[in-house]
Write a protein that binds this ligand. Structure first.
Ligand SMILES: Nc1ncnc2c1ncn2[C@@H]1O[C@H](COP(=O)(O)OP(=O)(O)OP(=O)(O)O)[C@@H](O)[C@H]1O
Ligand SMILES: [Mg+2]
Length: 221
């Protein structure tokens, strides 16, 4: 799926003052492209991802996902569009503590009423090298393993777009590298349009394209 931003603007009110975080973003991302977004802390990277996910609305401009303009959609339409097309991986894993690894992944499929949830969830976890941890609870998994469960949960629904916000930010360098190698392998194999927010130059350079968010605008680097 393609992603097109046309003059996207977003600000926040903080008491009396208003801060303009995104001040006119224009970009076209082709289907299957893997793009990293870099920029200083507070530059608006997470804000941009929440607009792309339809979790927040832009103040101005258009966001076209596969030529569907998100702006005029109702909350209900956005939620359903997101569920069918967009997956998100956060720095925190957001796993459900009382569900096992396989149950956490199955839940994503059950919400979408997809068939054979257990079989699909096991396959996704196997793909991430977690076939031997299916019945462990999050508290019994390492950070890297939890993040791999979160990635499996994101990918199992076969999203067209994957948004990842510093997915290896909580992991040590070695574990982070391993998790991200698998991440890249899977998104390439399935040709998923991927936006990866990262503070790591090394990770950014593994993407096909790097965009820097600076002073509210996106710059190609
Ligand atoms: N809900 C909100 N209300 C008020 N201000 C907000 C809100 N969300 C974000 N901001 C402000 O918008 C700016 C951008 O925040 P954002 O989280 O997008 O930055 P970021 O680039 O993801 O930073 P980091 O690299 O630290 O994660 C920050 O100055 C932040 O304080
Ligand atoms: Mg952020």
């Amino acid at each position: 799926m393609s992603l097109i931003l046309k003059d996207v603007r977003k600000g926040f009110h903080q008491g009396e003052t208003e801060i303009q975080v995104l001040r006119g973003l224009n970009v076209t991302i082709e289907p299957g492209q893997i793009v990293s977004i870099v920029g200083q802390s507070g530059s608006g990277k997470s804000t941009l991802l929440s607009l792309l996910a339809g979790l927040e609305r832009a103040d101005q401009g258009e966001i076209l996902v596969d030529n569907v303009n998100l702006t005029p959609l109702t909350e209900h339409q956005i939620t359903s569009f997101r569920a069918q097309n967009i997956a998100i991986v956060f720095q925190q894993y957001h796993l459900i503590a009382h569900l096992t690894a396989v149950e956490n992944v199955m839940l994503a499929l059950e919400i979408l009423k997809m068939d054979r949830p257990r079989e699909r969830a096991e396959k996704a976890l196997n793909e991430l090298g977690l076939g031997h941890r299916l019945n462990h609870f999050p508290s019994q998994l390492s950070g890297g393993e939890c993040q791999r469960v979160a990635i499996a949960r994101a990918l199992v629904v076969e999203p067209k777009i994957l948004l990842a916000d510093e997915p290896s930010g909580n992991l040590d360098i070695h574990t982070g590298d391993k998790v991200m190698d698998i991440f890249f392998e899977i998104v390439r194999k399935h040709k998923i349009t991927t936006i990866l927010v990262t503070h790591s130059d090394v990770l950014a350079k593994k993407c096909e394209r790097i965009l820097r968010l600076e002073e509210g605008r996106l710059k190609e680097i």
